[in-house]
Ligand binder design. Sequence first.
Ligand SMILES: Cc1cc2nc3c(=O)[nH]c(=O)nc-3n(C[C@H](O)[C@H](O)[C@H](O)COP(=O)(O)O)c2cc1C
Ligand code: SF4
Ligand code: SF4
Length: 449
Amino acid sequence: MADLSIDFAGIKSPNPFWLASAPPANSGEQVMRAFDAGWGGAVWKTLGDPIVNVSSRFGAIDYAGQKVMGFNNIELITDRPLEVNLREIREVKRRYPKHAVVVSLMTETRDDWRVLIRRCEDAGADGLELNFGCPHGMCERGMGSSVGQEPKLLQEITAWTKEFAKTPVLVKLTPNIGDILDPGIAAVRGGADGLALINTIKSIIGVDLDRLIPEPRVGVASTNGGYCGPAVKPIALHMVAALAREPKITVPISGIGGISNWRDAAEFIALGSTSVQVCTAVMHYGYRIVEDMIDGLSSYLDQHGMTSVRELVGRAIPGFREWGELDLGYQIVARIDADKCIGCQLCVAACRDGAHQCIFTGPDDQTRPPQAHFPGTAPAPRPQVIGALAGDRVPWVDEPECVGCNLCALVCPVPGCITMEQTSGESGDTWNRRVSEGRDKVPGGIHDG
Ligand SMILES: Cc1cc2nc3c(=O)[nH]c(=O)nc-3n(C[C@H](O)[C@H](O)[C@H](O)COP(=O)(O)O)c2cc1C
Ligand code: SF4
Ligand code: SF4
């Protein structure tokens, strides 16, 4: 069985699965139950000067039968006394010395940072995570994402903490920024030992249309909150990968955002994360989800001949290219398995209205627009195929016209009914090459005609 243990900038953990700083890591009792369930580490709910929270404070989007696709909160940092949190951290470390306990921090003045860091390290913290990401409530007071959005300030405060800290310092970044490289590089310049991302995305989750008040409602009003859960995973993956590809980012990354199962975790690790942190999925299903994460990741590593999770870190990075380096000769087309088709016509509507007008059913080809993608190149329509279920409602693809966009395969409700098959590729011709060889003008541009 593959070795799942990690060493994150000196913070050791039996596996890469950490609780993110949030309600599941709010108390010692919870963190110890999480460790018993199998979590390798926890980032304690952010400590600072405790605040008063509002009620209600969470909202969610359900989509197509799935509960909590996206989640939103207007909760702030800890509302429990610092002394109580510190006592519990000490107790957790005494009982679980091999698990990682990172303490998330947020405060204002240089002296506050100094005192907070000393007290957390005295309590036994293995590392510190600076919360420069919270996009609601605290940023209006000059903390959280208001620091994460100002690379100079972020660098300066990180440097203060490095003066005081004896344990590794992680900087947790906000996605509410134009280019994630700016705060990422600033954190490394400030001396950060690691990066953690993403914190939540500034959002309004919805509006109560009867009361005409945004959600989540606090009496007669609401405010913008932070978005997370499965819906944010693509944004988080992109930002993690952007930092992992950047040579100036010389520190490990803790990936966060929509991780719900071992596949999500493996994707983050393959794109450069050393540890992964989870909040919403634990709030939804409880600590037990880590069992499947551990089993799934171990089996995956075994099946792919990797003896440790460290071997997976960043393995998908070489598979990323800038757009200009993609192979322009690679071509796939859609093929429909007539025996599986149920004749729902979703692919026909999608291709006709949202793609390249090249899927037809029976005489529908008569309605084909004169301006197909490559006018004049399409052959005469082929005889229609008859499927087991769908009869004469089975569509057919005019292959030379298909641009291989995937849309029909994405909307088809029958697994394996539409497959995308390669017809040519690996030409080595890229946009960047065309530009360098002066072949970058395509007929139909602004100076033609
Ligand atoms: C209710 C709630 C409270 C949170 N509190 C904190 C916090 O105190 N400190 C922090 O750094 N992040 C906090 N977060 C952000 C999470 O740590 C995490 O970055 C975010 O939820 C994305 O991960 P997910 O998609 O797995 O939930 C909170 C998130 C939620 C939903
Ligand atoms: S891949 Fe795109 S262009 Fe080709 S048939 Fe499907 S929807 Fe149409
Ligand atoms: S190929 Fe798929 S989407 Fe198209 S009609 Fe058949 S079942 Fe529906």
